[in-house]
Design a protein around this ligand. Structure first.
Ligand SMILES: [Zn+2]
Length: 204
């Protein structure tokens, strides 16, 4: 079982990217460029800052994100949050991958503020990731927070490491999913969710 692996203990890195700056400068030089050239002068600082932001999920805490936005309800219909945009970095090449995530859960006795779900997605997306683990971590986290009857996450993404390096066709996407609880065991529940994903956005 992969459960509970999600609440990973992270050693919080220092918040500024100062230590990264000279290394980026070295990389630029190693690539055959002149780091002193006008256009590149401040690139190490900017790049370090960008890297810090793109991996800021390591510094986010689930407790801070959820921040008490859990509500007791007698609602037991499926809750679906669709089309959550995310941007992440593949851990194999440190190149971006990005796409959309669709999250659903079946409440048992609690729901979470809807705005919290995209923030949970960001917390895991803004790390060095693989798409499969990102999908699983979002699902397991929602499970751990809400103890719902089931959680489903579907993730579509495009990977720069495939698109830019010509490994696969430009427009190929990768889809991953994680189905927990009723979404795994009840075909009708899973089908209902998957059918909802087929509905066009402007039908809402
Ligand atoms: Zn990659």
């Amino acid at each position: 079982m992969k459960s509970n692996k999600v609440v990973v203990k992270m050693v919080a890195p220092p918040k500024d990217g100062a230590a990264i700056v000279p290394r980026i400068r070295e990389i630029i030089a190693e690539l055959g460029e002149d780091p002193e050239r006008e256009g590149l002068l401040r690139t190490p600082e900017r790049s370090a800052k960008a890297l810090r932001f793109l991996t800021s999920g390591y510094e986010m805490s689930l407790n801070q994100i959820v921040n008490g936005a859990l509500f007791d309800v007698k609602y037991d219909e499926m809750v679906v949050v669709r089309d959550i945009e995310f941007y992440s970095m593949c851990e194999h090449h440190m190149l971006p991958f990005f796409g959309k995530m669709h999250v659903a859960y079946l409440p048992k006795d609690k729901v979470i503020g809807l705005s919290k779900i995209p923030r949970i997605v960001d917390m895991f997306a803004r790390r060095l990731q693989v798409q499969e683990r990102l999908t699983q971590e979002v699902a397991e986290t929602i499970k751990s927070v809400l103890d719902p009857k089931g959680v489903a996450v579907v993730c579509h993404a495009r990977h720069f490491c495939m698109m830019m390096r010509g490994v696969e066709k430009q427009h190929s996407g990768t889809m991953t999913s994680a189905m927990l609880g009723d979404f795994r065991t009840h075909k009708e529940t899973r089908d209902e969710f998957l059918a909802l994903l087929q509905t066009r956005t402007n039908d809402f």
